[in-house]
Design a protein around this ligand. Structure first.
Ligand SMILES: Cc1cc2nc3c(=O)[nH]c(=O)nc-3n(C[C@H](O)[C@H](O)[C@H](O)COP(=O)(O)OP(=O)(O)OC[C@H]3O[C@@H](n4cnc5c(N)ncnc54)[C@H](O)[C@@H]3O)c2cc1C
Length: 536
């Protein structure tokens, strides 16, 4: 898999097989979504786009008594595809959600290895095809003992842009598309999507669902509300967050915990004022018992500390976060949250699909939750349309989502497993944790032996993260022989000139602008039609 893959695969593809002509009726006639957080509204938008014109009634129920989780302020580049596929311009949604552009994530203090105390996990772009080979070549040469530069920060344009607080939107004449994500205010995003979904025909009811009634087959027949209504539908979507009201409570779908792989189960969040200049990266800093995020919005920074309650108390976590932000004496309110880490055994069970936190969560380290929402909701459209509710359909859908969960989990686990901190029991326990998947063990073994890891990533770990991301994390964490045991590279190992790479990136970076300046007048979507025609 190369970086090129990223440039077009974000487009809305899952519903392509669906006959979108008005009048061609879908097999399912009514869908009820329970929950009005980001997952509820994103699902409503995706289903509305594909199915309302085919006569499907989509109704979203939201409790007036249960707040949305209100965190989740970073995305992967797939969110760009979500908005593009719905024809919503950045200039429309971003200002309403105080959104900023995101070039990737900086990992600070996760490694103690000299020269590797910080690295950047960039979102890849077409331009990276010019430097990817060099990076992978050098990383492999260094694992094999050659003293060559293999820190990922030297190789990618997104890293340059993030360092300079630039937006990943190139000038019109720049021939390469850049792959980027966003930061946004989660509450404002929910409000924006709510408004758009109603405009597109989704029906809305503020009501608290007390329980679901099952029919004789064991499917959900209807949900009952505290307000005294009984609401029936052909298909239900559980977007009730960690409550998982329909999937776990009504259908007793088993939940598979990841707590043996991932220790974090709690978070504390608090805002700080924005600086004069707006960064274009998330910063993830290792703390004593977890890590802290710093996410730039146009209005403020969102900060939070994700930690393991087995290793520290909520008060200790809040104190450590306040101290790191210089807020020990401030009366800035803190929000404390619990997290359930793992996934449902079946995301689609009977006539109910779980989406968002109701289906599972792999902690926010790589900001992947919205991507799961998007993929799960898009993946079900075809089945709703053609009415294939067979066991085989359930199995293949669930297998795909589960593989994505497991692949993502393995990537997140790698951040902890490769840490070299010894300052607390938390970090030592993470580094020595042997509960990791077999494909991951095999990948580590191959890396340490200086072999290619392409096969493991493609065949065993799944498609959650591209090969390039795996090279970034292993190289970025400094998983190489110690500096003192490195030897001078031979001619084939020293094949590439770092000066040339520096030069290419420096010349490319002049095509980008300061993020704050660009956000003041967000340009219209760039179609790059010519490139699409030539490539695909
Ligand atoms: C600390 C933390 C940080 C995170 N950071 C990120 C990030 O950076 N990037 C990312 O992609 N994701 C992140 N996430 C995940 C992200 O917040 C969620 O995936 C996203 O907000 C979707 O949540 P949700 O809609 O599933 O649930 P919620 O926001 O909890 O919404 C649940 C909805 O269900 C409704 N509801 C509940 N019970 C009932 C009932 N009985 N009747 C009717 N309605 C009901 C509620 O009213 C609410 O509308 C983070 C999560 C946590 C915990």
């Amino acid at each position: 898999m190369t970086a090129t893959l990223f440039n077009y695969s974000y487009h809305h593809t899952s519903t392509q097989g669906i006959d979108r002509r008005a009048g061609t009726q879908s097999a399912v006639r009514s869908v009820v979504i329970v929950g009005g957080g980001t997952s509820g509204w994103m699902t409503a938008m995706i289903l509305a786009d594909a199915l309302i014109r085919k006569g499907v009634a989509i109704t979203l129920l939201e409790s007036p008594a249960v707040e949305i989780i209100g965190v989740g302020e970073g995305s992967t580049p797939w969110l760009r595809g979500f908005f593009d596929s719905l024809d919503i311009e950045e200039s429309e949604w971003m200002p309403e959600c105080n959104a900023t552009y995101k070039c990737g994530i900086a990992f600070d203090k996760w490694s103690t290895k000299p020269g590797f105390e910080r690295y950047f996990h960039p979102f890849a772009s077409m331009l990276d095809n010019f430097t990817m080979t060099q990076f992978v070549h050098n990383a492999r040469a260094r694992v094999n003992g050659a003293e060559v530069d293999a820190h990922p920060d030297r190789f990618f344009i997104a890293t340059r842009l993030a360092e300079a607080h630039m937006a990943p939107i190139p000038a019109g004449n720049f021939p390469f598309d850049i792959w980027y994500g966003y930061h946004f205010d989660a509450v404002l995003l929910g409000k924006f999507l709510h408004k758009k979904a109603l405009e597109r025909g989704v029906r809305y009811k503020s009501c608290h669902v007390t329980h679901a009634d099952l029919n004789e087959r064991g499917d959900i027949a209807s949900v009952a509300t505290r307000e005294g209504e009984t609401i029936a539908a052909d298909f239900f979507v559980d977007c009730t967050g960690f409550a998982s009201l329909l999937s776990i409570k009504a259908l007793a779908t088993p939940f598979i915990s990841f707590s043996e792989n991932l220790f974090n189960d709690a978070a504390v969040a608090m805002p700080t004022p924005m600086d004069e200049s707006i960064p274009s990266q998330t910063v993830s800093t290792a703390m004593k018992h977890g890590w802290a995020w710093k996410i730039p919005l146009t209005s403020r920074y969102g900060n939070g500390y994700v930690y393991s309650s087995s290793f520290c108390t909520a008060d200790q976590a809040e104190h450590e976060l306040r101290e790191s932000l210089g807020l020990l004496e401030a009366d800035t309110p803190a929000r404390h949250l619990k997290m359930r880490i793992g996934r449902l055994a079946k995301h689609w069970n009977r006539n109910c699909l779980a989406v968002g936190l109701a289906q599972g969560f792999i902690e926010p380290l790589e900001a992947t939750a919205l991507l799961f929402i998007q993929k799960t909701a898009m993946g079900i459209v075809e089945y709703l349309d053609n009415g294939d509710f067979s066991e085989a359909a359930h199995d293949s859908f669930n297998q795909r989502v589960n593989e994505h969960f497991e692949g993502t989990r393995d990537y997140i686990v790698t951040h902890y497993k490769t840490n070299s901190r010894t300052d607390t029991e938390y970090w030592r326990a993470n580094a020595t944790n042997l509960t990791i998947s077999d494909p991951l063990k095999e990948l580590y073994n191959n890396w340490m032996a200086g072999n290619s890891i392409v096969k493991q990533v493609k065949q065993s770990i799944g498609q959650a993260y591209p090969v390039f991301s795996w090279y970034c994390i292993m190289a970025g964490m400094g998983i190489f022989p110690d500096q003192k045991s490195l030897r001078p590279p031979n001619a084939s190992e020293k094949k590439f000139s770092m000066a040339e790479i520096d030069n290419l990136l420096t010349r490319s970076a002049v095509n980008f602008r300061d993020q704050k300046e660009l956000l003041e007048a967000i340009p219209p979507r760039r179609e790059d039609e010519s490139l699409q025609i030539y490539f695909w």
